[in-house]
Design a binder for this molecule. Structure first.
Ligand code: CMP
Length: 140
């Protein structure tokens, strides 16, 4: 498998509980390298653009409010098969269905407050990285 980059967010529920380091330790233990990272606070509008694909879903408004409720940490993770590996480390979207040892099993509070986001494919990874990072911020 090739070296890939994927986009990751440590969400407000996790930053507010001081879990950034614990979550990063899980990524690094899985062989994912954090090649870019910054702590920012989104407006509801910025969150809405990021999650536009979910615009028609009943949880969209709640999701955008939540993502704008406190700082988040946006990241680029790099490694072999990074997109799939990150999704494996995160666990299922709903923490009740997440496997033992995954981030969401250990830390997520609910399907909405689920601690992390990760890109679901190569095209979305590229788009999501480009939404938050400039080329100058990606130094490898
Ligand atoms: P994420 O991987 O960031 O992608 C979309 C997000 O929508 C998802 O994680 C959840 O946080 C959120 N989400 C998905 N389903 C629901 C739901 N039924 N209720 C509230 N939020 C949801």
């Amino acid at each position: 498998m090739a070296i890939q980059r994927t986009f990751s967010i440590i969400k407000p529920d996790a930053t507010q509980r001081n879990l950034t380091g614990a979550i990063n330790a899980k990524f690094e233990a899985a062989g994912l390298r954090i090649v870019a990272q910054k702590r920012i606070k989104l407006t509801k509008e910025q969150a809405g653009v990021f999650y536009a694909v979910h615009k028609e879903r009943p949880f969209y408004d709640e999701l955008c409010d939540f993502m704008a409720s406190a700082p988040i940490v946006v990241q680029v993770l790099e490694g072999e098969d990074a997109i799939a590996k990150n999704r494996e480390v995160m666990g299922a979207t709903n923490p009740a269905e997440a496997a033992e040892g995954t981030i969401r099993k250990e830390f997520a509070l609910s399907i909405g407050e689920n601690s992390v986001h990760g890109s679901d494919g190569e095209d979305t990874a590229k788009e999501e990285i480009a939404y938050f990072f400039s080329g100058l911020e990606l130094v490898g």
